[in-house]
Design a protein around this ligand. Structure first.
Ligand SMILES: NC(=O)c1ccc[n+]([C@@H]2O[C@H](COP(=O)([O-])OP(=O)(O)OC[C@H]3O[C@@H](n4cnc5c(N)ncnc54)[C@H](OP(=O)(O)O)[C@@H]3O)[C@@H](O)[C@H]2O)c1
Length: 259
């Protein structure tokens, strides 16, 4: 199937590792020009070298903290300066913050919303006008299934993620007439550095396979891999999903609702 992505330009936030890096790889393989960004410059350079090794293609690297609106503006404008257009935005930057209610101080609520909600808002604010200029675009907000089915220990992240889903829905209605599609993916458990840390902290005595398959009520029986998330994101930003907007797709091995 031709995904119709060749020649398009994508900005992926939080793309120095994990799901963001894998999404960059998948999009490069489809002929997309890519900007990667995150805060740590060394990790970004390593990511760019990895992507070059895998695809023979250079990416634009822009050190960016998405909690800072001026830096979101800067990464969008750097992308336009380099590639002349912007078709795709993947708002992926994020970290796990999962506690019970009384353990979360006000400052942490603010930090989490700054990262997961305002980061996406700022990037979209500057990207949307450029998408209009090229007759449309696609935005994917990477969130978590805890936004739909929040466990007791999921604060503040599940609240920030639920807000991200409402943002997606409202923006899809607002921007549909401009042919800008906005969708969410809701991640369950995907093997990335943050999950590997959880493995080392919780059960270092287990092999990865044992840890991955440990009973977590995941119908598919294991933790997912980054390419299994990145391929869904790639589909959603592609022309193959040209009639898909305002929806959320769980990438969770079927676990949502069983938690
Ligand atoms: N993996 C899972 O099981 C899982 C589950 C639920 C939701 N998610 C969500 O899915 C997304 C990707 O997860 P992942 O597991 O691939 O994460 P990861 O491996 O920890 O990577 C997170 C990326 O975000 C960047 N980042 C963090 N804070 C940032 C900021 N303020 N500005 C810009 N970049 C920032 C990190 O780089 P720097 O630190 O250098 O900035 C890194 O590139 C995240 O939003 C995460 O919350 C993942």
């Amino acid at each position: 199937m031709d995904l119709g992505l060749k020649g398009k330009v994508a900005l992926i936030t939080g793309s120095s590792k994990g799901i963001g890096l894998e999404t960059a790889l998948q999009l490069l393989k489809e002929g997309v020009e890519v900007t990667i960004c995150a805060r740590n410059e060394d990790r970004l350079k390593e990511a760019a070298a990895f992507l070059f090794e895998q695809t023979g293609k250079e990416v634009l690297v822009v050190v960016t903290d998405v909690t800072q609106e001026d830096q979101c503006k800067n990464v969008v404008e750097a992308t336009i300066e380099k590639y002349g257009r912007l078709d795709i935005l993947v708002n992926n930057a994020g970290t796990v913050q999962a506690f019970t209610f009384e353990k979360v101080e006000t400052e942490l609520w603010r930090q989490d919303l700054d990262l997961k909600l305002f980061g996406a808002i700022h990037c979209a604010r500057y990207a949307v006008p450029y998408m209009r200029q090229v007759g449309g675009g696609a935005i994917v907000n990477v969130t978590a299934i805890s936004g739909k089915t929040p466990p007791a220990t999921s604060l503040p992240t599940s609240v920030s993620r639920a807000a991200g889903m409402a943002l997606t829905k409202a923006m899809s209605k607002d921007l549909g007439p401009d042919n800008i599609r906005v969708n969410t993916v809701c991640i369950g458990l995907i093997r990335s550095e943050q999950i590997e840390k959880m493995w080392k902290n919780q059960a270092p005595e287990l092999s990865w396979e044992e840890f991955s398959q440990k009973d977590r009520q995941i119908p598919l029986g294991r933790i997912g891999n980054t390419d299994e998330a990145a391929k869904v994101i790639t589909f959603l930003v592609s022309d193959a999903a040209s009639y898909v907007t305002g929806t959320s797709v769980n990438i969770d091995g079927g676990v949502a609702g069983t938690l």
